[in-house]
Design a protein around this ligand. Structure first.
Ligand SMILES: [Zn+2]
Length: 203
């Protein structure tokens, strides 16, 4: 489990933790716990890694790329770091509460959750396992997120996306609404099998 957690894409240093000024130069898997703390840290990471997204419950916070770090701070307290998916996401408060509850249930009564805003989350952080879980649930996973720097031109028409129907694989799809069952998803309809489906929008 240690190896899997440390090698998991959401904890990949280059992709996610990167040069994060908030997390500093000591990202999660650089922390080598003192003897005796190892199992404690592992238990905390396993507990935190079990928490799922309340809106996309087929995804853990690791799959989603939201869980950035779980460590034992200098004062001996377990601290989980999360990055919000997007501003205004109503699920963030629930994710934080669920994380605290799981950590407390694992025996870390004074666990903390820290919110890290920089670098900003992107759908590119959703892991391959997460994308597969979305597709298996009939939700079209996001394509590559747009690369932006500087001012962002806001357009009133939906962006063109290369979307495939998660039911039949057809690319003959049409967008019905830019907002599906949640704000982060667009509603599409497949013109081949006629099924409607959600698509997680690229950000
Ligand atoms: Zn279809």
């Amino acid at each position: 489990m240690t190896a899997a957690l440390r090698r998991g894409p959401a904890f990949d240093r280059g992709q996610v933790l990167g040069q994060d000024p908030v997390l500093g130069q000591d990202p999660m898997f650089d922390q080598e716990p003192a003897p005796g703390r190892d199992s404690m840290l592992e238990r905390a990471r396993q507990a935190a890694s079990a928490v799922v997204d309340p809106e996309l419950p087929m995804l853990t916070l690791v799959d989603l790329g939201v869980l950035r770090d779980v460590r034992i701070d200098d004062d001996g307290v377990v601290t989980a770091a999360i990055t919000p998916t997007y501003s205004g996401c109503p699920a963030m408060a629930t994710m934080r509460d669920d994380l605290l509850r799981e950590l407390q249930a694992a025996g870390f009564a004074d666990a903390r959750v820290r919110v890290v805003l920089e670098p900003a989350w992107t759908t590119d952080w959703i892991t391959p396992a997460g994308r597969a879980a979305l597709a298996a649930a009939g939700i079209s996973p996001p394509g590559p997120a747009p690369r932006r720097s500087g001012p962002v031109l806001l357009q009133l028409v939906p962006p063109r996306r290369a979307v495939r129907c998660p039911q039949c694989g057809s690319d003959d799809v049409v967008v019905g609404s830019e907002f599906g069952s949640t704000a982060c998803k667009a509603l599409y309809r497949c013109r081949s099998c006629l099924e409607p489906f959600d698509h997680v929008k690229e950000i």
